[in-house]
Write a protein that binds this ligand. Structure first.
Ligand code: HEC
Length: 255
């Protein structure tokens, strides 16, 4: 007799020999060799798997930090925001005439609402027992259609977005410690330079002047001869002043 298994105790005939409730799973002792105790065996395994993923994510976040942009500026109306990749399809939808402007409600609420609503109705709409995709043409067709639409919209939004501009608009400005009392800064502010290169050398119409990697000579040459969009002869001071200014700019380095 094996450990009372399958045995019915009918010592007292007034007590019904109840069969097990149908929904109660068997005790794990009924599967010798195939089960384990929840505590500590199972939990320890779970914890070890969890630790592997945790460390994996940790390494990933350290190796690939979030691509942060500069601090948000609510007064900057030129800024073009763009959602994360998994929302690009919906973002693209809002660019079409039938889903934007006066029809914004359609693009923002009605169409996504219908799509997600249909997703919830799937279990009720398709009750066939068949599992092979080609034996369930309608659901399969709808799935392929939604996938194609998602793929197409995401694709369109990626190729139509100005990623270069996005990089520029989000760039974190470099900052440098500099002495506003120094002669170099006085000359810089008195000349026209400050209007294009900014009061903190952060750039504007002109390039940022921090970390240019240029020597004082190269800077004097650029100021003398001009370069690209910067005209020649913008400096109206003496050569000595230009020398002081150039040396000052050459020293501007970010921390
Ligand atoms: C009208 C606007 C304007 C003014 C005024 C101006 N710059 Fe420029 N500056 C620019 C532009 C635009 C560039 C980028 C030129 C290019 O595309 O090659 C530039 C580039 C430079 C560069 C090279 C930067 C680099 O990283 O290569 C230096 C150095 C420079 N300017 C110094 C000065 C100094 C010094 C003055 C003042 C005498 C001055 N600029 C005045 C617009 C200006």
């Amino acid at each position: 007799m094996q450990r009372g298994k399958g045995m019915k105790f009918v010592g007292d005939s007034r007590i019904k020999a109840t069969n097990k409730m149908p929904n109660v799973p068997k005790d794990y002792s009924e599967y010798p060799g195939k089960t384990e105790a929840f505590w500590p065996n199972f939990l320890l395994k779970e914890w070890m798997i969890g630790a592997v993923f945790l460390i994996g994510y940790l390494i990933l976040t350290v190796a690939h930090p979030s691509p942060l942009e500069r601090q948000a500026d609510p007064t900057d109306t030129m800024y073009m925001p763009v959602p994360d990749w998994y929302f690009l399809s919906m973002y693209q939808l809002l660019k079409y005439e039938f889903a934007s402007g006066p029809y914004n409600i359609i693009g923002a609420l009605v169409m996504p609402g219908l799509a997600f609503g249909a997703l919830m109705l799937v279990p009720f709409m398709d009750t066939t027992k068949e599992r092979r995709p080609f034996k369930r043409p309608l659901p399969t067709a709808f799935m392929l259609l939604s996938f194609a639409a998602l793929f197409y919209l995401t694709w369109e939004s990626v190729v139509n977005h100005d990623w270069e501009q996005q990089k520029i608009q989000g760039a974190i400005p470099v900052e440098a410690e500099f002495d506003m009392e120094a002669e170099g800064y006085q000359i810089y502010a008195a000349a026209s330079c400050i209007t294009c290169h900014g009061d903190a050398f952060q750039g504007g119409l002109g390039l940022p002047l921090i970390d240019t990697g240029l020597s004082a000579e190269e800077i004097t040459t650029i100021v003398h001869d001009g370069r690209g969009a910067m005209a020649a002869g913008l400096f109206d001071g003496t050569d000595e002043e230009l020398q002081v200014l150039a040396e000052y700019i050459a020293e501007l380095k970010s921390e």
